[in-house]
Design a protein around this ligand. Structure first.
Ligand code: FE
Ligand code: FE
Ligand code: ZN
Length: 293
């Protein structure tokens, strides 16, 4: 089982810190942003910390090809400005320097443009960025606001327009919110295969959703505590056709009210345990709170 979660990538520990965090959750892979997800301030990659991280990965059988980097979500490839292109080029160099091979990217938002203009910009901008050793994985989006890439058809349109090979990252919360019925996942996968092609699928984000199907919200929920439910998610996680694909949890941190000061703790160690047990624990969130108290 190739499973892990989003982990932090801190200034002073960089990759080795991320690997340690992933291991503390019992993960066999992980995903990180090379800086804060909501901004584009990035510091140079430290070779020493990278090598320490890689050694730790080898020692613990984490395959570097299963590790995912996520591009900051504020860059908008559907816009007309060159900043997104310049930034993505730099980001790809950082990912290459770290030795990772997969970068997840939100396709972009059309904002005031039409859908078609937005998609054309994404294609043009990705062609300007150009081919690298790193595969860019377009994430399937919830369709919140003017987000593009909330249907398999739109993802396919982008893949077809770009002159080098892209991949896809399927997010379970997002596709539910976009209108795909997760409870009939075989059918969703069949549609994915017919429209995009299963060989493009390189990563799955495993999240429950706070919202009903087709609501276009994008609010993640802890595994089994949302509208998708534990059994549907287990079927996806253990699906035969997704066996070799990394699965990444991006579920929300659990909050603890501590003298009216709110603290947040990662649920991943517990969620991964529950997934490996294949049995839903109704009391999981309280157990997490008790563990960190
Ligand atoms: Fe994402
Ligand atoms: Fe995601
Ligand atoms: Zn999301």
């Amino acid at each position: 089982m190739i499973i892990g979660s989003h982990v932090s990538f801190k200034k002073d520990t960089q990759l080795v810190g991320s690997v340690k965090e992933a291991l503390s959750y019992g993960s066999t892979t992980f995903m990180f942003y090379t800086g804060a997800p909501q901004n584009t301030n990035r510091q140079p990659i430290d070779n020493k910390l990278t090598n320490e991280g890689k050694e730790l990965m080898i020692k613990n059988n984490i395959d570097i090809n299963n590790v995912i980097v996520h591009a900051p979500y504020i860059i908008n490839m559907a816009s007309n400005n060159d900043f997104a292109v310049t930034f993505l080029k730099e980001e790809l160099k950082r990912v290459e320097k770290l030795g990772m091979t997969k970068l997840v990217l939100h396709p972009g938002s059309s904002v005031k443009l039409s859908k078609d203009e937005g998609i054309k910009n994404i294609i043009d901008n990705l062609n300007k960025v150009g081919k690298s050793k790193v595969t860019i994985l377009l994430e399937t989006m919830a369709g919140k606001g003017t987000e593009l890439g909330s249907s398999f058809e739109e993802i396919k349109q982008i893949i077809n327009g770009v002159d080098y090979e892209l991949g896809v990252c399927l997010d379970t919360c997002h596709i539910n919110d976009a209108g795909y019925d997760i409870s009939n996942f075989d059918d969703v996968l069949k549609q994915f295969d017919e429209i995009i092609g299963l060989k493009y699928l390189k990563c799955v984000h495993i999240n429950d959703s706070k919202n009903l199907i087709n609501t276009h919200k994008d609010r993640h929920e802890n595994i089994g505590f949302g509208t998708l439910g534990f059994n549907n998610l287990i079927k996806i996680i253990y699906h035969d056709k997704l066996k070799d694909i990394p699965k990444i949890l991006e579920t929300p941190y659990v909050t603890i009210d501590d003298n009216s000061k709110e603290r947040m703790y990662p649920p991943y160690k517990f969620e991964i345990e529950m997934i490996l047990n294949k049995e839903f624990d109704y009391d999981l969130l309280n157990k997490i709170r008790a563990y960190y108290k």
